[in-house]
Design a protein around this ligand. Structure first.
Ligand code: ATP
Ligand code: MG
Length: 247
């Protein structure tokens, strides 16, 4: 079982310190949620982990190698607001992009690549919309297409930034089911999610963040009043067992 190890990571945007002294481990075979208020640095941490923005501290490791040398093993779906939805690509184009690293830009896609892409679309129930421009899909459909792309990629590490925003319950259930399957297959599955409602109980482990790590552990040890107060300040409610708890 491999793990991602983050040690003493910091991120500075010009004079603004977005993250400081982040140390935590993300385990394979577990469904890990990253939670924290708006502006806590959740998206920043994902990007810094993957080497997409500069960070201070030790390199992030996956197994015994730096993660930034193993990006071909990573499927990353950014937050919706960071994707250009006017880009003229169809559902099929987007999913096939997941095969580019395997095939190379200028080579024809093999039959097995096309099968992988189609299988991904079937798993998320989107195969009938292959020819639709992505800009014409609903939020939930778009997320499912991006999930299909990451499945087509045959990655080991799956990182999703707020995949549940603007999606309906059916799509949320499909996404969680596939995340669970990926975790059960022994992959790393890291999902940014700012909803503290019932859906939080899907996660095995949680990383609670507000510029620094407030808690990173199994879910039961993270979701308590004192941690949530430290992260969110003031009042928040969170889902514990069968009911919402006021923190
Ligand atoms: N490119 C940037 N330049 C300067 N500051 C930035 C940049 N990107 C993010 N920030 C700031 O860094 C902080 C963390 O941002 P980030 O997007 O990582 O938060 P987040 O936890 O993902 O928030 P949200 O829940 O709203 O998605 C915020 O205060 C944000 O304004
Ligand atoms: Mg974000």
């Amino acid at each position: 079982m491999s793990q991602i190890t983050i040690e003493n990571l910091g991120v500075q945007y010009r004079s603004f310190e977005a993250l400081r002294q982040i140390s935590c481990v993300v385990h394979s075979g577990r469904l890990t949620g990253m939670i924290g208020p708006n502006g806590a640095g959740k998206s920043t941490l994902l990007k810094a982990m993957l080497g997409l923005i500069p960070a201070r501290g030790k390199p992030v490791f996956y197994g015994d190698q730096p993660l930034h040398c193993q990006l071909h093993k990573v499927a990353y779906v950014p937050q919706r607001s960071q994707i250009d939805w006017t880009y003229p690509a169809t559902v099929w184009d987007v999913v096939m992009m997941g095969r580019v690293k395997k095939t190379g830009w200028f080579r024809r896609f093999s039959a097995s690549s096309r099968h992988r892409a189609y299988d991904g679309l079937v798993r998320v129930g989107m195969e009938k919309l292959c020819d639709r421009p992505i800009g014409q899909l609903s939020g939930g459909q778009q997320q499912r297409v991006f999930l299909a792309r990451s499945l087509a990629q045959e990655a080991e590490i799956f990182c999703f930034d707020e995949p549940f925003v603007g999606v309906d319950q059916k799509t949320e259930a499909i996404l969680f089911q596939i995340f669970r399957e990926l975790a059960n297959q022994g992959h790393i599955v890291l999902v940014v999610n700012h909803d503290l409602g019932e859906s939080i109980t899907h996660f095995d482990d949680l990383i609670l963040l507000n510029k620094e790590i407030v808690a990173a552990d199994v879910r039961e040890n993270v979701l308590n009043e004192s941690n949530l107060n430290r992260a969110y300040g003031g009042k928040v409610s969170f889902f514990s067992g069968s009911s919402l708890q006021a923190a």
